[in-house]
Design a protein around this ligand. Structure first.
Ligand SMILES: O=C(O)CCC(=O)C(=O)O
Ligand SMILES: [Fe+2]
Length: 173
């Protein structure tokens, strides 16, 4: 059982700080050390951190959700709602945590097999970009119950954690 103590959602025009944040994300993707990888976006998608067509859409994001988690609180495995377009960014703040990714169920997996989970360490300031397979074919979750937040054999010292998720609403027409 998970609880989200505080969740603030915003649609339409983003507040100024979130517009700034979107711009920073755009710049980091464009001018970060990933420039060489971006050039490959058209050719081989496996080394692309964010596809050009998503990067240059206008606006890049128009919806945000800010989540505040107290120690022990997390979010269940899920794929973000289909009403949001591809290309989702999450900024992770305050406290480190491990986010787990697991593939959406498919018929080939034996129901008795435990789901294979890929752990990703998020330190304060981390940016997660989810698009394509990562956005549609993998669930993400944060289990901050004791025993689940382990990195390199050690339990992470949990404090309050804040995340800001930026997405773009799909067209309804
Ligand atoms: O808090 C996080 O890092 C994840 C938030 C999330 O997955 C969501 O709001 O859909
Ligand atoms: Fe999510």
């Amino acid at each position: 059982m998970y609880f989200l103590l505080l969740q603030a959602m915003r649609f339409g025009d983003l507040p100024g700080w979130a517009v700034e944040l979107s711009r920073s994300i755009h710049e980091v993707i464009l001018f970060g050390n990933y420039a060489a990888e971006l050039e490959n976006c058209e050719k081989g998608k496996e080394v692309c951190i964010f596809p050009q067509d998503l990067l240059w859409r206008e606006p890049l994001f128009d919806q945000l959700i800010a989540n505040l988690y107290q120690p022990g609180e997390g979010i269940c495995p899920h794929v973000d709602l289909m009403r949001f377009e591809d290309g989702i960014a999450i900024v992770s703040l305050d406290s480190s945590c491990v986010m787990h990714f697991s593939r959406v169920e498919n018929e080939t997996r034996n129901a008795q097999d435990p789901p294979h989970k890929v752990p990703v360490l998020l330190t304060p300031g981390c940016l997660i970009l989810m698009w394509g397979e990562a956005r549609y074919l993998w669930k993400h979750e944060i289990n901050r119950k004791p025993g689940f937040q382990i990195w390199e054999g050690r339990e992470i010292d949990q404090k309050k954690r804040i995340s800001v998720t930026l997405r773009k609403l799909g067209r309804t027409d």
